[in-house]
Every structure is written in C-alpha cells, then in structure tokens.
Design a protein around this ligand. Structure first.
Ligand SMILES: [Zn+2]
Length: 205
C-alpha cells in the first residue's frame, strides 16, 4: 500500500451569487437575491422565461431573462418541463450561472463539503492529495476551506506553504476556489500529520 492519501472534496455552496442592480423603489444600487421561482409566459408558439430576484432591502422584483421570445419547438423538452414545473434544481443551477458581463456580483463563502477517500494510505501518511470538485461558483477562498476542513489555523496553513510542505495549484491560497483545484501536503515529520489526514477524510478528531 502506498503512503499517499488521496481524497476528493465536493464543495456545495449554500448561497447563490447576488447581483447589484438599480432598484427603482430604493433609488439606488442594491443587492438582489434569487427567489428560486421561475416565471414562464407563452405567447402563441413563443415563450419567455425568467428567474425572479428580489431586492434585499425592499422586496422589489427583477426578472432575469432565461429565454426570450423562443419558439417552443426549439426548446429542449426536459428544459421546458422543468421551467413550467418551477423545478428547484433548475432554478438553483440558473442562479449560480453567470448573470451577464460587467455586472457587479456578490459571492458568498458558506458551503458544505462532501469528502470521499479516493485511495487510502498506509500509516503514517506521508503525503496528502486533495482534489476539489466545485460545480458552482463560490467566493470561498482556498486558505479558508483548508483551515476549516483540516481544523488548522490559517497562519498554520500559510506557514506550511512557506516551508514548502503545502502546494495549491493552479490558483494559490488566497483565491476563491475553482473546479479542479489540487492541494498537496507533505505530512512526513509533521507532528499532527495523522490528525490532518483524518480530517481530510472526514473523520472526527
Ligand atoms: Zn429595493
């Protein structure tokens, strides 16, 4: 058995991005939050669909266009059924998609992390390799993720990196997580290496 522990973390953000838009009632720029509701309007064979957002201050609505004047025959039947059923999986997916260029968007860093062991290692573990699956955009930074999930302080994470024991690629520690992020931590000679390995697998301390 190898002495490398490989794990996969899937990060599920809790809060969808919130765009800043002009609110007529607030008379200024405010953040809008998805209501999770989809509105569909059919006009003959043409169809419009919107995801409904609400101003976080006054509840005014903003209709984010999903489909505009689309001929029904050109819409994928599964998509059409999901739009008409107000399918929560679809409205969530839409809420995490990029709104449009040049729009200021607030990203959040609350998330759930699902941990799976890809290949176990012999004890003691000499190296930990983490691959992150990030299907939706998140504002969660790499150092915060590692600190929370490995139960280490952020300064410890930083010093592991400075000492050359930790490597996050391709983005580095201070950037928001992106799909495919890989983290390698050398645990050889690290006094709490077993605790770090256990936390990486999702075990209790
Ligand atoms: Zn408002």
């Amino acid at each position: 058995m190898s002495d490398v522990l490989r794990v996969q973390w899937t990060i599920i953000p809790a809060t969808a991005p919130e765009p800043w838009l002009n609110c007529n009632r607030c008379r200024g720029t405010t953040r809008f939050r998805t209501s999770g509701k989809i509105r569909v309007n059919a006009n003959g064979k043409r169809l419009d669909a919107w995801l409904i957002y609400k101003c976080t201050s006054c509840d005014s609505t903003w209709n984010r266009p999903i489909l505009e004047r689309r001929h029904v025959s050109t819409i994928d039947p599964h998509l059409l059924a999901s739009l008409q059923a107000n399918d929560p999986d679809l409205s969530r997916r839409l809420a995490f998609e990029k709104v449009r260029r040049n729009l200021k968007v607030e990203h959040f860093d609350d998330a759930t992390v699902r941990k799976e062991v890809v290949s176990e290692s012999a004890r003691p573990t000499c190296r930990l390799e983490i691959v992150c699956v990030v299907p939706e955009t998140t504002g969660l930074r790499v150092d915060r993720l590692l600190s929370t999930e490995l139960r280490l302080s952020r300064s410890r994470i930083q010093s592991l990196q400075s000492a050359g024991h930790l490597e996050a690629s391709p983005e580095g520690l201070r950037r928001p997580l992106r799909n495919g992020l890989q983290v390698r931590i050398e645990l050889r000679g690290v006094h709490d290496g077993d605790d770090i390995a256990l936390a990486a697998m999702g075990g209790e301390a």
